[in-house]
Ligand binder design. Structure first.
Ligand SMILES: CC(=O)CC(=O)SCCNC(=O)CCNC(=O)[C@H](O)C(C)(C)COP(=O)(O)OP(=O)(O)OC[C@H]1O[C@@H](n2cnc3c(N)ncnc32)[C@H](O)[C@@H]1OP(=O)(O)O
Ligand SMILES: NC(=O)C1=CN([C@@H]2O[C@H](COP(=O)(O)OP(=O)(O)OC[C@H]3O[C@@H](n4cnc5c(N)ncnc54)[C@H](O)[C@@H]3O)[C@@H](O)[C@H]2O)C=CC1
Length: 283
């Protein structure tokens, strides 16, 4: 595995790219606009400088990480990639159009992976002529810190593709867990409905935002409360996951809280927009 391309330089894409670069892989991050790329590069530098400030990283390692990373708006950068990891928005049609283009552009042996949170790997793979080389490689937020990678088999994923990605996850210091396709896979099937319940408790006036978060931190020993976690993930991503769980199962227990929907409609998406259930604009 020599060259990896990450599609999307947002919350997940940038951190996933950093994890690969830290472990010596050359990685190109592709996003759609120059302004977005500039913002991604600035976030990367700020994050690394913070670690240097805390004495967790030295300047030499920082320079080494940066030397393995580059940014582009050109999808053509994926033509000679050995692996493409897609971390664009959580929408089946957009993912299918990205992978249809990648399929015609990339060399035949390139493995195509999606970091989707909930969408069917088989459905996305159907946009390509290489469903055997298509797989879910699902990192957790913040990807630089969280140890898990769910490695998700679609209906046609080959054993060879599975083995390559599980071994790669281990080589970058992560713990791979094999998952068969199902909406939300393992973690999000459990975690995101819990976040949704937390939001609904606020919506129905049972407790305040701070009250729900404090209760779950102190009463269940969670490192952060469900509303703060929703803000970290992105409320648009949480809503997309709830909608996939509901659309795939029609089980009312996966109905998104109306407050979650309202927050997304209002553009209050959490940390990435500076405001969600909490205000991040002054941090
Ligand atoms: C939606 C989906 O599809 C799936 C998902 O992702 S669901 C969301 C899953 N994520 C969670 O549940 C997160 C829950 N929250 C937590 O675990 C914690 O609150 C947290 C990890 C986010 C923050 O914890 P914290 O202790 O306040 O963070 P912080 O001190 O910044 O970092 C934790 C450690 O990682 C290190 N770290 C931070 N950034 C790093 C980087 N870029 N590279 C390497 N190490 C890094 C820090 O230095 C720190 O190390 P020490 O413990 O040795 O000091
Ligand atoms: N936020 C989270 O906690 C997690 C999210 N995921 C999944 O990762 C994916 C990305 O999510 P986030 O990083 O949170 O979203 P985000 O909204 O922070 O970033 C998405 C990025 O993709 C870019 N983009 C959109 N279309 C593109 C295209 N055609 N080509 C290249 N870039 C494109 C956007 O400009 C944006 O920068 C989603 O599928 C999400 O479900 C998976 C694990 C955790």
């Amino acid at each position: 595995m020599k060259k990896i391309v990450v599609i999307g330089g947002g919350t997940m894409g940038l951190d996933i790219a950093q994890v690969f670069a830290r472990n010596g892989y050359d990685v190109v991050v592709r996003d759609i606009k120059d302004e977005i790329i500039q913002a991604s590069e600035a976030r990367l530098n700020k994050g690394l400088d913070k670690l240097v400030g805390k004495g967790k990283l030295d300047e030499a390692k920082k320079a080494e990480i940066l030397s393995h990373m580059s940014f582009t708006t050109e999808l053509a950068a994926a033509a000679d990639a050995d692996l493409v990891v897609e971390a664009a928005i959580e929408n089946l049609d957009i993912k299918k159009s990205i992978f249809a283009e990648l399929d015609s552009l990339c060399k035949p042996e390139t493995i195509l992976a999606s970091n989707t949170s909930s969408i069917s790997i088989t459905a996305i793979a159907a946009a390509t002529k290489r469903p055997d080389k298509f797989i879910g490689m699902h990192f957790f937020n913040p990807a630089t810190v969280m140890k898990l990678v769910e490695v998700i088999r679609g209906a046609h994923t080959s054993d060879e593709t599975y083995k390559t990605i599980a071994e790669l996850a281990a080589a970058i210091g992560k713990e791979p867990v094999e998952v068969n396709e199902a909406p939300g896979f393992v973690v999000n099937k459990i975690l995101v409905p819990m976040i949704n319940e937390g939001i609904d408790l606020v919506y129905t006036g049972v407790a305040s935002v701070e009250g729900v978060d404090t209760a779950m931190k102190l009463g269940a020993n969670h490192p952060m409360g469900p509303l703060a976690l929703g803000d970290l993930i992105g409320l648009d991503v949480c809503l997309a996951i709830m909608d996939t769980l509901y659309d795939e199962t029609h089980d009312p227990k996966y109905r998104a809280s109306l407050l979650l929907r309202k927050m997304v409609r209002a553009g209050k998406l959490g940390r990435k927009t500076g405001i969600g259930f909490y205000d991040y604009s002054k941090k």
